[in-house]
Design a protein around this ligand. Structure first.
Ligand code: GLY
Ligand code: MN
Ligand code: MN
Length: 358
């Protein structure tokens, strides 16, 4: 049984709150085990209640064993039911996810609940998910393995004349045929000058010889996301392209080398950023070096100049430096790794030396 809800008691204590209302999504799944998209959790020292509608009650009872499942009705909606729980508990200070809840839902629930949703939790509940259990790490490894298999497969498919959308479709179909339940984010396949857009959307551009093709893709396996990027060359790379690619590779390898428990996210980011800046491309690496991954594709902590979180074992991080020359081309290389006491364990095993296809 998933008893992660107990972690909430630390947050209640820290925030001096009597109860929390969790408003769906990843935290609801994490804390209760319930995979349905719609509902609320109410967690206090006395009760753990999952409120949902009739589409989900059967599933909720099976998945959220540690919770009382309460079904909403026309006569008693979320507002009335949550207000009843708050009242019965005598809870004066109730936490809510101000970074997740819709303003309209907050206004309605707070009004119904006697204005006692009064402790904004920021990302406190998200932070409970930072350090993964062995079971979670296995699912993340499996999700990333599907990504590795998809990359091997796509190397047999890539050729001049295919469109970016066709390449993305092939990656996605392959991942689903190999155990993925869905995509962890819209796949990026960006060729030639499009590869200079870090989050380009695949389009009708056809691959040509001399193109870099950046493929950033991932899937969801039993709720857990994967994320990887490889950039390959269609045909032969010229010397300039090879040198350009190798700056990114060098930055990626050096950042990985520096990564271990005890380091701050910003320190690992700085390792890659310095190499890229020293090569003269500092202004062309605009995003952070990486992020954590779990039930969501972007989790805490980040490897970024703005995140000084100290890494601890069993956190997940992506390491994904990139250089993007507008109108010319770009390269990004991304692995997903587990932080360990003395380094990291890479969940991605696909080669990173520049691959020339065809
Ligand atoms: N494209 C999602 C990511 O790599 O962060
Ligand atoms: Mn990615
Ligand atoms: Mn990523």
């Amino acid at each position: 049984m998933n008893l992660f809800y107990k972690k909430v008691y630390d947050v209640l204590k820290e925030k001096n709150a009597d109860a929390v209302v969790v408003s769906g999504g990843a935290n609801m799944r994490y804390l209760s085990g319930f995979r349905g998209a719609t509902g609320y959790l109410y967690i206090s020292g006395n009760r753990q209640v999952l409120l949902t509608d009739s589409r989900y009650t059967t599933m909720a009872k099976a998945e959220a064993e540690a919770f009382e499942v309460v079904e909403i009705s026309a006569a008693a909606g979320y507002g009335k039911l949550i207000a009843g729980l708050i009242e019965a508990d005598g809870a004066e200070r109730v936490g809510y996810e101000d970074q997740v809840m819709l303003c309209a839902d907050y206004a309605a629930l707070n009004e119904a609940g006697g204005r006692r949703l009064n402790v904004p939790l920021g990302n406190s509940l998200d932070l409970l998910r930072c350090v993964k259990t062995e079971e979670e790490l296995e699912l993340l490894a499996k999700a990333e393995e599907i990504g590795d298999l998809a990359f091997s497969h796509i190397l047999t498919v890539l050729k001049p004349g295919l469109t970016e959308i066709e390449v993305a479709a092939e990656l996605e179909y392959f991942m689903k045929r190999n155990g993925a339940e869905e995509l962890s984010f819209p796949s990026i396949v960006a060729s030639g000058e499009n590869s200079a857009m870090p989050h380009a959307m695949p389009g009708s551009r056809k691959l040509q010889n001399g193109d870099f093709v950046t493929m950033d893709f991932g899937c969801v396996y039993q709720g857990y996301c994967s994320d990887m990027t490889r950039t390959v060359m269609i045909g032969k790379a010229d010397e300039k392209q090879k040198a350009f690619y190798n700056v990114v590779l060098k930055a990626q390898l050096a950042a990985l080398d520096s990564l271990k428990a005890g380091k701050k996210g910003c320190e690992v980011d700085a390792v890659a950023r310095t190499i890229i800046a020293d090569a003269g491309y500092g202004e062309y690496f605009g995003h952070g070096l990486g992020h954590s991954v779990g039930l969501q594709i972007h989790e805490w902590p980040r490897l970024s100049p703005n995140d000084s979180t100290v890494l601890v074992p069993n956190m997940i991080e992506t390491v994904e430096p990139g250089i993007y020359l507008p109108g010319v081309y770009g390269v990004r290389i991304e692995d997903m790794v587990v932080v360990t006491e003395d380094g990291y364990r890479n969940l991605a095993h696909s080669p990173k030396e520049l691959i020339e296809v065809g």
